[in-house]
Design a protein around this ligand. Structure first.
Ligand SMILES: [Zn+2]
Length: 337
């Protein structure tokens, strides 16, 4: 809490404002403390899960035998066991990124082998007889193979033994080409950035300023409210893995789109709620979602503006919560769709 108050002061709002808002702030802190651990880490993921749960790829009979019925392909027959290309291995059924090519090694077993998985992407389930440990896609539960330990094949001493049939592959070169950008402003950029950085399919989320009148604005200038910039977050994402609509829905659920020029204790035009669209498709999606929220009774004030130059914020604003070990104090996930 003290940290929060200090933050308010540090962010240039002055002691008077901080004291005036103290009772309100207690309320926000209370909510943050109560909900943060359970909701912040889980809810955004469930959004993705739902989205992909409805869009599973169609499987061939062979893929179904392995992924659904937990079969095993014959060794030395799969299309990825010798693949040395740089890129990311995805779940064949739901496209979740599972393994990086940098963790792949030649085990001689005839199946693609990885000594590490992307964090949180693969779930381990001990077999009923206790002899082996099955691995499944954490998002869709599709069978991948088994994981073995203490074989001394690599320094990490782990081998995820995966069926090629359970995998898709996204070459790094292609991933770079398909990356798209999205820009959202919803109050203090620290909290917005925090949530998007945790979403699968997001390569990066950066804090910055946009929608204002001056070039190369500094934090101090934006804090005066006179430059017209909003604190915003620029997101680079792979639309094959996460749709713009999923991003925009998350945006509307991690800030309060009914507050004018304010989020919690942060007050000023720089804290306005805005979607900065980069193409007509994004504009349509944003307007559609605002319409849905209005139909549910939310008095949404979010503006939909054409993306202007995004000015990256000073280094100390990037990954603020991750680096300082705090949770966002006024960006609490709340389901609205
Ligand atoms: Zn999956």
């Amino acid at each position: 809490m003290l940290v929060g108050i200090m933050k308010g002061v540090l962010r240039g709002k002055g002691i008077t404002t901080a004291v005036f808002l103290f009772p309100l702030f207690l309320f926000f802190c209370g909510c943050a403390g109560h909900n943060s651990l359970s909701s912040l880490s889980e809810k955004p993921r469930s959004t993705v899960k739902k989205e992909h749960g409805m869009h599973f790829n169609e499987l061939t009979p062979d893929e179904e035998r392995v992924i659904v019925n937990k079969g095993t392909e014959r060794p030395f027959t799969g299309k990825y066991y010798l693949n040395k290309e740089n890129g990311t291995y995805l779940c064949r059924r739901c496209d979740a990124p599972l393994f990086r090519s940098t963790d792949k090694f030649e085990s001689g077993t005839g199946w693609p082998s990885f000594d590490d998985a992307i964090e949180g992407a693969v779930k381990q389930i001990p077999d009923a007889d206790g002899s082996r440990t099955e691995i499944v896609c954490a998002r869709c539960g599709g069978h991948l193979g088994h994981v073995f330990f203490r074989e001394r094949m690599t320094a990490k001493n782990v081998r995820h033994c995966v069926n090629s049939l359970s995998l898709g592959f996204l070459p790094a070169a292609k991933a770079a080409k398909v990356t798209q950008k999205a820009i959202f402003a919803g109050g203090c950029f620290w909290g917005v950035e925090y949530h998007f950085n945790k979403l699968k399919g997001v390569f990066s989320a950066k804090s910055g300023y946009t929608g204002g009148l001056t070039d190369h604005p500094t934090y101090k200038q934006v804090c005066t409210g006179r430059t017209g910039h909003a604190e915003a977050v620029e997101i680079e994402f792979d639309p094959a893995l996460v749709s713009y609509e999923t991003l925009a829905k998350l945006f509307f659920e991690i800030h309060d789109p009914t507050e004018i020029n304010r989020q919690g204790p942060d007050i000023g035009t720089q804290y306005r709620s805005a979607v900065f669209y980069t193409d007509d498709e994004q504009k349509k999606v944003a307007e559609k979602l605002i319409g849905e929220l209005k139909a549910k009774g939310y008095k949404v004030v979010t503006t939909v503006e054409h993306a202007a130059t995004f000015w990256e914020a000073e280094e100390y604003h990037q990954d603020y919560y991750e680096r300082n070990g705090h949770q966002p104090y006024c960006h609490i996930y709340q389901k609205r769709f």
